[in-house]
Design a protein around this ligand. Sequence first.
Ligand SMILES: Cc1ncc(COP(=O)(O)O)c(C=O)c1O
Length: 395
Amino acid sequence: MEISNRLKNIPPYVFAELDKKRQVVAARGVDVINLGIGDPDQPTPKHVVEAMQEALNNPLNHRYPPFGGTKEYKEAAVRWFKNRFGIEFSVDNEITSLIGSKEGIHNVIHAFVDPGDIALIPDPAYPVYKSSTVLAGGTPYAMPLLPENEFLADLDAIPEDIARKAKIMFLNYPNNPTGAVCDLAYLEKAVAFARKYDILFVHDLAYSEMTFDGYKAHSVFEVPNAKDVAIELHSLSKTFNMTGWRIGFAIGNSYAVKALAQLKSNIDTDVFRAIQVAAIAAFDGPRTDIERCNAIYQERRDVTFDALRKLGWSLKPLRATFYMWLPVPTGMTAADFSTLMLEEAGIVVPPGTAYGACGEGFFRMSLCTDKARLAEAFARMEKHSITFDRNAAKV
Ligand SMILES: Cc1ncc(COP(=O)(O)O)c(C=O)c1O
């Protein structure tokens, strides 16, 4: 028995590996604090859970759901989009349901990338853009996200021959793992770039609602005629604390939506209909839960900023996502620092390199843990002298 070369070409999923290391340390009796996960710790809103409970009693929902999502689900998503961004979409050909945006990323790549094609992918990034490109036989081309560019991919730096060979480009703002945001002018530039080189631009907007201090994230469709070249992936995972439910949608360019839906119809049989009913309740419900959660993240962010400043880090404002992207102490690699945090302080933080080569020199800290636990983590860092300048004297 032998696995495919395709699978051999991709490394083990980084977070599964990180979790194995956490388990080894926890087995020694260490009370490990996990600041590595990007999974909301607040529950799914009550009205969504109740809608699901009721939907479970309807035998119609026990049967195969329709391909591409129920009409009611798509209508609710389109309604939500119109309320949130002021943009209209056709329920018939500009939207398809997803079993979470991870699935959408994987399948849109398989719908557009042939062996040898180039996919433009941010680095650092959510790892699935790259691994699914490799699984499709494509060639990922890394667009570095650098602090000097506010972690925006520099589209002007992409060589002409690469741009000409590219079939698809991913961008994701608000961004995992850097927490960066972009303005509309940047999305305009990305749309113009995609138009010039005839590339499908996939905007991954998984964190559209997780924003602070009055900042509101942009949809690519606020750019006039973006539908000509773009689709956007949306997910209920982070917006409505529904990571385990597995539901989202792709919206935009009808050719791309159709291709994605066609591929999916050969692979999966859509989202359990009761989950789609619950998702409608989420879309149509009040925004109070979103605002409550954002207030919680904002408070944790502020606690974290204060503590890390005291430990020597200088920090830029975080206006979106529950991720902080921080430089490791001078003289260390990202992997060294992640190991040090786990072995000495019992704290899990992924090394920046888990998100791409440009993540060297960084680590990611997430805010999915309550204030008391965060305070405990910073107390442990202080106790073990894990400060930003801990190696300054040695270099
Ligand atoms: C940038 C980004 N895109 C997509 C996803 C996948 O989310 P889901 O499949 O739960 O919708 C994540 C999850 O962390 C993410 O960070």
